[in-house]
Design a protein around this ligand. Structure first.
Ligand code: B1M
Length: 233
């Protein structure tokens, strides 16, 4: 029996458990990640804390080794699958606030890009904050965003991109809105690891959101402003 087999997650203290979850995420061990998530929740950790400290923390390590050529796509896919297993437990808990719907958001990963973990996380947090979220999934052409936003009467169009090669597509979506004279109908929020504030401004988005928590705060702020403007007008 290897040393790894001897580890009983529930016997580790919080710090050790989080470290072990980093290793388990790295190794793509979905069941162990789910067990770790449940243990932390059982110890009174808030769902958001489990998400950011244990899962996103672990995925950051995976990302570094992927960048450095230590991990490859199949291993990263397994890690992503383990992360999603943990997120599935947290999703209903994050959405459990019972807050009334405060706005509608269409969100999707842009054309050419299949990364969806960050986008899913943003969607989960937005739902938890009381937004209705229409998730378009991955690899979305401009029509998906605009048709859904129009049909559903969305307040916010959210776009995610994780590749430097796909982030310029966000500008295509915004430019198409401008061409159609509908840009001001929506609050456009963008996010994803390779973006920054400057890029958000340059493409004409309302705001760049560094992470899911910032996305929620920014969305609330802009929706409140939109409602105030509507009242004043
Ligand atoms: Co890919 N990948 N990947 N990958 N991958 C990155 C992005 C990369 C940085 C890795 C690296 O080299 N270090 C690199 C991009 C380099 C670049 O563009 N300069 C890269 C590459 C190159 C690739 C491929 C091209 C690899 C290949 O095939 N040779 C390929 C591309 C496929 C494609 O899209 N066409 C590819 C494939 C994959 C997998 C399929 C294996 C897998 C994705 C699985 C999935 O998503 N279902 C994968 C993964 C997992 C990653 C890393 C390791 C992790 C991404 C992630 O999920 N992070 C990533 C490395 C990294 O980012 N450090 C990498 C965790 C997530 C919670 O964070 O997505 O940043 P993030 O989301 C945050 C914020 O950014 C923000 O909030 C989130 C939560 O706080 N946010 C938003 C995100 N979207 C938002 C939208 C908003 C608001 C905020 O709207 C309002």
């Amino acid at each position: 029996m290897s040393e790894e087999d001897d580890i009983i997650l529930s016997e580790l203290d919080d710090d050790e458990l989080v470290q072990q979850m980093f290793d388990d995420l790295y190794d793509g061990l979905k069941e162990e990640i789910q067990e770790g998530v449940n243990i932390l929740l059982g110890r009174g950790w808030q769902p958001y804390e489990v998400l950011t400290k244990a899962l996103v923390g672990g995925m950051t390590i995976v990302g570094k080794d992927f960048r450095d050529g230590i991990l490859f796509v199949p291993e990263v896919l397994l890690a992503a699958n383990a992360m999603k297993g943990g997120m599935a437990i947290l999703k209903p808990l994050l959405a459990e606030t019972g807050a009334p719907t405060i706005g509608k958001m269409v969100i999707g990963t842009v054309k050419g890009d299949i990364h969806d973990i960050g986008k899913n996380l943003v969607g989960m947090m937005m739902e938890g904050a009381g937004f209705e979220v229409l998730d378009l999934g991955i690899n979305n052409p401009v029509e998906n965003y605009l048709d859904t936003a129009e049909r559903e009467g969305a307040d916010i169009v959210g776009m995610s991109a994780l590749l430097t090669t796909t982030m310029p597509y966000m500008k295509v979506v915004i430019d198409t809105m401008i061409e159609r004279g509908i840009r001001d109908n929506y609050i456009v929020l963008v996010g994803g690891a390779p973006l920054n504030e400057e890029f958000g401004k340059a493409i004409g988005a309302d705001a760049y959101c560094r992470d899911a928590a910032v996305a929620v705060e920014t969305a609330k702020e802009y929706v409140a402003r939109k409602h105030n403007r509507a009242k004043a007008g």
